[in-house]
Design a protein around this ligand. Structure first.
Ligand code: AMP
Length: 213
């Protein structure tokens, strides 16, 4: 399948993407994960992205399109892909449209995960992430067996720099201003699947029904 996953930070895009990749071998492409890996490795890309990320702001469209232009050409995308956290602005959505037309690739849908703001805030402030493998935990509903240690890889499980209350509030403002308009964009393209997304199972079932999987 080839999907765009839209939704606020904490709406469950990553969780849903992980469930969907198990169904048909599609690959999850998270621009946030790519950028965090670059920051950790101290690459040029990481140095350019770090300040904006920590402040909860968006990295430039040019930088993101440079990453995605290369990423979508990789072999593992042939089995399908789930775009998690991209596109994030109207210019990114327009550039993606041109890129996919050039590559002759059609998307199945742009899925919008609707989650109330209070649920989002609660999820983000209690979310913890493994710095090594990116596994996601929640201090209330899904803590690692040993505090601070990843069950999957033994890496350290921490609160992300951009998940302080101040950065979260900034990220939600940025989402409302720059990313929420994508819902209208994809509605206009006839591609929108809008879902009340408080449970990831409901989302996966709605997507399966839509694309006939
Ligand atoms: P995420 O893990 O998707 O919430 O992304 C974390 C941070 O990475 C965001 O707050 C942005 O600073 C940056 N980022 C990720 N994806 C994009 C994108 N498509 N466009 C611009 N910035 C992005």
């Amino acid at each position: 399948m080839r999907l765009i996953l839209l939704g606020a930070p904490g709406a469950g895009k990553g969780t849903v993407a992980k469930l969907l990749t198990k169904m048909d071998g599609s690959v999850q492409i998270s621009t946030g994960d790519i950028l965090r890996a670059a920051v950790k490795a101290g690459t040029e890309l990481g140095k350019k992205a770090e300040a904006a990320m920590t402040a909860g702001e968006l990295v430039s469209d040019d930088l993101i399109m440079g990453i995605m232009g290369e990423r979508l050409l990789e072999d593992d995308c042939k089995a399908g892909f789930l775009l998690d956290g991209f596109p994030r602005t109207i210019p990114q959505a327009e550039a993606l449209k041109v890129l996919l037309e050039k590559l002759g690739i059609e998307l199945d849908a742009a899925v919008n995960l609707n989650v109330p703001r209070d649920v989002i805030l609660d999820r983000l402030t209690t979310r913890r992430t493994c710095t090594d493998c990116g596994a996601i935990y929640n201090v209330k509903s899904n803590p690692p067996k040993q505090e601070g240690v990843c069950d999957a890889c033994g890496g350290s499980v921490v609160q992300r720099d951009d998940e302080t209350e101040e950065a979260i509030s900034k990220r939600l403002d940025v989402f409302n201003e720059q990313t929420a308009p994508l819902v209208g964009f994809y509605e206009g393209e006839g591609m929108l699947l809008d879902i009340n997304a408080t449970s990831s199972d409901v989302v996966v079932d709605a997507i399966k029904a839509k694309i006939g999987a």
